[in-house]
Ligand binder design. Sequence first.
Ligand code: ARG
Length: 634
Amino acid sequence: NAVEQLAGQVEGMSLDAIAQTYPNAHPEANPLDVWRAHLSNVLSKISGVDTSIIFPVIAWTQSLDKGDFIIPVPALRIKGEKPDALAVEWASKWPEDDPLFKKPVPTKTFLSFFIKGAPAVKTIIKAVREQGTEYGKAPFDGLKDPKDPSGARKRIIVEFSSPNVAKPFHAGHLRSTIIGGFLANLYEAAGWDVIRINYLGDWGKQYGLLALAFQLYGNEEELKRDPIDHLFKLYVRINAEMSTEKEAIEAQKKEGKDTTELEANSLDERARGYFKKMVDGDEAALAQWRHFRDLSIVKYKETYARLNIRFDEYSGESQVTEEDMAENAQIMADKGVTENDNGAVLIDFTKQVPGKEGKQLGKAVLRKRDGTALYLTRDVSELLGRFHKYAYDKMLYVVASQQELHLKQLFKITELIGHKDISQRCQHISFGMVQGMSTRKGTVKFLNDILRDVGEHMHEVMKRNEEKYSQIEDPVKVADILGISSVMVQDMTGKRINNYTFNMDAMTSFEGDTGPYLQYAHSRLCSIKRRAKLSDEEINSADLSLLTEEHAVNVARYLAQWPDVFQNTLKTLEPTTVLTYLFRMTHGVSSSYDHLQVVGSELEVMKARMALYDAARIVLYNGMTLLGLTPVER
Ligand code: ARG
């Protein structure tokens, strides 16, 4: 393959040797590791510093004009000599005829390295086209034993989305869905065994109330047709009636009337009674509830599918059993973690955890006086239950920053009851709020409403360009995909923790760093391929040494970075790491169009340029699908 060929051309190099010398190098998956290994060899000869010290400090740069790699000389820890003088000296000693690098450029205490065009263009374009959708992925990352590719893989649970049945799907759920879907893809591409869990809010007295509402005003037809909408309407209606009723009772009390009977027959009381039946395992009550839940899940699945998301498990608060919670309650009590407060069970972290941390965690109630287990209690049992079921190496909770304290408490409790090893595997993936998430029809309630609205808006934007619009076979479908891309890219543009404002006009624009821009970039690359009418064999046979232009070399340099970007994303766990790269890369590609035309060029040049653009298309496709987008071809 292309990378092997490259290593073969450089004296004293082989892929095996590289992999053996540097435990973190994977040249087959990341061709730039060949460049890094060679850089280490040459610089080691010049400087006397061991390659094992050089290799790990080779950093990437912010932009190509600063080089492909940069080394902070002080990181090489040479005693007694001035780093800036060393940088100048080493640069001057760099061999003129080095096969892979130009002479490095010293800037103060840094050395910048620029790779030579010809070997980069040839190796990278070939490697990308050889590896196709695999290019950039890091399947070795998920191996329990990094040296045994056929051995067991690490397992990760990504818990995300987690809406509440019969309640609005709010911005927090939207972000959790988008970010969680992306993280699950990321770990999958890194070779982990990924389990996607949706932890539904589907338990509590309010669901007794909902069941009651269905008995009173429900309609099986409507439930089947649109369960999410129907249940939500019932929920709103019964809550309104309950408030009216409560006011009436209060009014009577004020007048000094006896309200005992009214209260005993109130909706509130009846809901409590219904929920108690559910808790006690009454089959009819539970069957009714399961019915609502199942129908809702069918609808959720349809919507998630539009976002290229599926779950392995629909868990939820209702799935945590009373027996399990009782068992854990006993453990907490025995270990002196919880205390009794007038019949309620609580945990006082200020007593359990010394110093500032304990103060921050404060107090939390685990069980109410009436015996109801709370959100936190369920989460403790669920966390441990998942460990017994899946023995995960890592678990991510993709939940809004508002629940930061809750998750800190959850992980601390797990630790306090003797499972520090498990709590250390858990991580809260936090994110900020979305401001102003409303549409023309008012504040959005459900994911479908958001997607429909943005899709319609996108359709209008598309109609403004009549000529292009007329070429699209199924404009409604394309508008829908572009709308979804708009929402997702806007959501993933900043750092997760930042808040952002939902802006329909900005996100659906084809200009600027938007979803539609990425889609445009992808479809333009597809259209070049369509119009060039070259077969894959013809493209494969291209003479890549014809690509000598600076623009061509720069595109290849961008494409070379993708595996590094992927690796870095595994560290940051930020979708913006991928997006920032994709925008930089597509800008580089788009600025080359005027200089590197395909159609109209001489056949051999046409083939070579087509290979370059085809490699760019593959990398863009890989990045977009990693983010969860559906790249369009027209
Ligand atoms: N359903 C919850 C909500 O809407 C989110 C669940 C978060 N996950 C968890 N394990 N507590 O607020």
